[in-house]
Write a protein that binds this ligand. Structure first.
Ligand code: ZN
Length: 337
């Protein structure tokens, strides 16, 4: 073979290698979505929540994102995790109705599984079982047990007999976070959703912005800290994007009136490839959370999404996570805690 022939062949091999490397993995190998149920920005902003506030400052964030109408838990979480509004996903009720089955629009977990990724959900409210499409969530935890179809034999620590409005007990945020943290460390799922129910349940009982609700938000803050600690201990901190948001806000003792206080939710992106200290200027809807997660994981949506990836929050076009030189300075300060 001539010299130029070898150079051509070597060039082909290198070129192919670069192509393979570009296709080899997602933008980000791990995405963790944390939903703080009922965390109204007008309350969160003025509650001592050092971890969440630090993530807000260090990441790309806004207090001005919006949830679905109706501004209630199950339709909203369904939009957050399918990327389409209630008119399309059809989950218009807000309680656990076993005979209604699961959502018919594919969730982001279905799309992630289709791409060969691993998935997990840790939830405080039973009605989120309506999002558990068969074969899409490798580990679904409600009340301390992995769920497929059978209820847990021994319920986990419920929220001091706090019941959801449908009479189902709500697991404490700290207990949900502890199990999620253990799982993240041991199993390192690609896509993990964690639902922290306390602020909503306490808000319904004592009021949004009440001292009791602020204390429950501080529990949520501690729960977020535990989740972040587990990411660090698992060596995932610099390869993960954490998205923190809520399903709705609230005012008085409710959130279903559709007022601005009900509609507004926080939206925080933090971690690998996230712009540092960036205030998001685009209008963000809860459907964008689903689109962003799939975009980050490079998992193709299985339906046309109404949400769009919040590209503004990220620095990269498509870097390889293996090229990551470690956490940013801002992230390092949090890791040092
Ligand atoms: Zn809710």
């Amino acid at each position: 073979m001539t010299k130029s022939g070898w150079i051509f062949r070597i060039g082909l091999v290198f070129g192919w290698g670069i192509l393979i490397a570009a296709w080899a993995g997602p933008r980000v190998p791990h995405v963790v979505i944390i939903s703080m149920d009922g965390a109204a920005p007008w309350v969160v902003r003025h509650t001592p929540m050092p971890v969440v506030h630090q993530l807000f400052r260090e990441g790309a964030a806004t207090w001005d994102a919006e949830t679905t109408r109706p501004t209630v838990t199950l339709p909203s979480h369904t939009s957050m995790l399918t990327g389409v509004g209630p008119a399309r996903h059809g989950i218009t009720w807000n309680d656990w109705r076993p005979t209604n089955g699961v959502v018919q629009v594919p969730t982001i977990f279905a799309a992630a599984k289709q791409t060969g990724l691993t998935t997990a959900m840790f939830v405080g409210k039973k009605k989120l079982l309506h999002l558990l499409q068969p074969g899409t969530v490798d580990h679904f935890d409600y009340a301390g047990r992995a769920w497929s179809a059978a209820p847990p034999a021994a319920p986990g620590p419920f929220n001091e007999a706090r019941l959801d409005h449908d009479g189902q007990p709500v697991t404490q945020a700290r207990a949900v976070a502890r199990r999620a943290a253990d799982f993240l460390q041991q199993r390192k799922p690609n896509l993990c959703f964690i639902h922290l129910g306390d602020p909503d349940v306490v808000g319904h009982k004592y009021g949004w912005g009440s001292p009791e609700q602020r204390r429950s938000l501080q529990d949520v803050d501690a729960a977020v800290e535990e989740i972040l600690r587990s990411l660090r201990q698992a060596g995932l901190r610099s390869r993960t994007v954490v998205l923190i948001t809520a399903d709705h806000g609230g005012q008085g003792k409710g959130h279903s009136a559709g007022t601005l206080e009900d509609l507004k939710i926080p939206w925080i992106a933090w971690g690998f490839g996230v712009r540092s200290g960036h205030r998001l200027s685009s209008v963000i809807h809860t459907c964008d959370t689903a689109a962003t997660a799939l975009w980050l994981l490079e998992a193709a949506p299985l339906v046309r999404l109404e949400g769009r990836p919040v590209r503004e929050a990220f620095t990269f076009n498509a870097p390889s996570p293996t090229a990551d030189s470690g956490p940013t300075q801002a992230q390092a300060s949090l890791q040092a805690q």
